[in-house]
Design a protein. Sequence first.
Length: 212
Amino acid sequence: MKPAPKIKVCGLTDLNQIREIIDLEIDYLGFIFYEKSPRYVLNHLTLKEIASLNHKQKVGVFVNETTEKIVQIVTEAQLNLVQLHGDETSDFIRDLKSKLLQEIQIIKVIRVGEIVPDISEFSELSEIDFLLFDTDSKAFGGTGKSFDWQLLNELNLTKPYFLSGGISNENIGKISTIKQKPIALDLNSKFEVSAGNKDVELIKNFKLSLYQ
């Protein structure tokens, strides 16, 4: 039996909640560095505060940002992974990877609509460590809406991937219908009281049910 997927909680904004989530031994912490997002972390925390958090899998989420800005934030916030959620090209990713410390991993988001997504540009790119499949929207994530996970069965997936988009206790059972299982589940809006304000108890219960 394969191990259950890991958990990433994205859109974190509150230090006390983050510490509670760290205590739950959540695998990945996601911080959104996109100014148009209602979960834009720098409206709530400083880079120094993020750097002070004792966690080895801190993810910075960026949307069509410059390489210089990404490198600066990764360095000052002591991030471990970069998640690219915009229209970044393979050339951009190669350039970014060359400017980051070697141990910094890159997640490239593929936005999925109603048809099988084209992943050809990124599936063999060595600079990408993980793909992340999320529901296509102009809001670049955090919509609470799911796409048809069966579409993933049409892909030849050569990289481990995160699954995102409206994941909740109600639909978690459908993961069993995906042939190649995700390495991690990305939790966001379905586990909030309001944008950026997480329901820690709900996250705890989700983890318990996932690993039981």
